[in-house]
Ligand binder design. Structure first.
Ligand code: FES
Length: 164
């Protein structure tokens, strides 16, 4: 099973032929849940549009960690027992927006919007483990996420607003 946005999804290869060992987390999210914020652009780990936050206990450890991952590369079956958060989960119009979402919109960093969810989840996951990053650190983590509009300045400004 996998937990996505607080809901447990059982995975049964015997009963569901649409899920195979090759099924990516991104495909599962977009076809088996009602969440559509997670985008797939390159589908090969190059753009970061599909970034989600993954929480899991590393082998040999007892404390869970949260990491941003490219959900287009992560195979669903490798994530048994793990927890995923997407952009809808950390903030939406019903529960209120997350400060990262609000700041990205305020600074006009959403542009066409295709990369926005991945950008938000990248910073969100990073801040879970690194709550007081430097401006250089938040700039460096951005190197795996591409903006097709190439409007990086407002995105960088958003990221740096969470740095100390
Ligand atoms: Fe996953 Fe581009 S769609 S990295």
């Amino acid at each position: 099973s996998i937990t996505i946005n607080g809901e447990v999804y059982p995975i049964n290869l015997t009963n569901d032929s649409s899920v195979t060992p090759d099924t990516s987390l991104a495909t599962f999210i977009r076809t088996k849940t009602n969440y559509r914020a997670t985008k797939v652009s390159c589908a090969e780990g190059g753009c970061g549009a599909c970034t989600v936050a993954l929480t899991y206990v590393p082998p040999g450890e007892t404390v869970p960690v949260t990491r941003p991952i490219n959900s287009c590369l992560a195979k669903l079956l490798s994530l048994n027992g793990m927890t995923v958060a997407t952009n809808e989960y950390i903030g939406n119009k019903l529960i209120g927006y997350h400060p990262i979402q609000t700041k990205l919109a305020e600074l006009n960093g959403t542009q066409c919007g295709y990369c926005s969810s991945g950008m938000v989840m990248l910073l969100y996951a990073y801040l879970q483990e690194n709550p007081n990053p430097t401006p250089l650190e938040v700039e460096q983590i951005l190197d795996g996420n591409l903006c097709r509009c190439t409007g990086y300045r407002p995105i960088l400004d958003t990221f740096k607003s969470f740095a100390t």
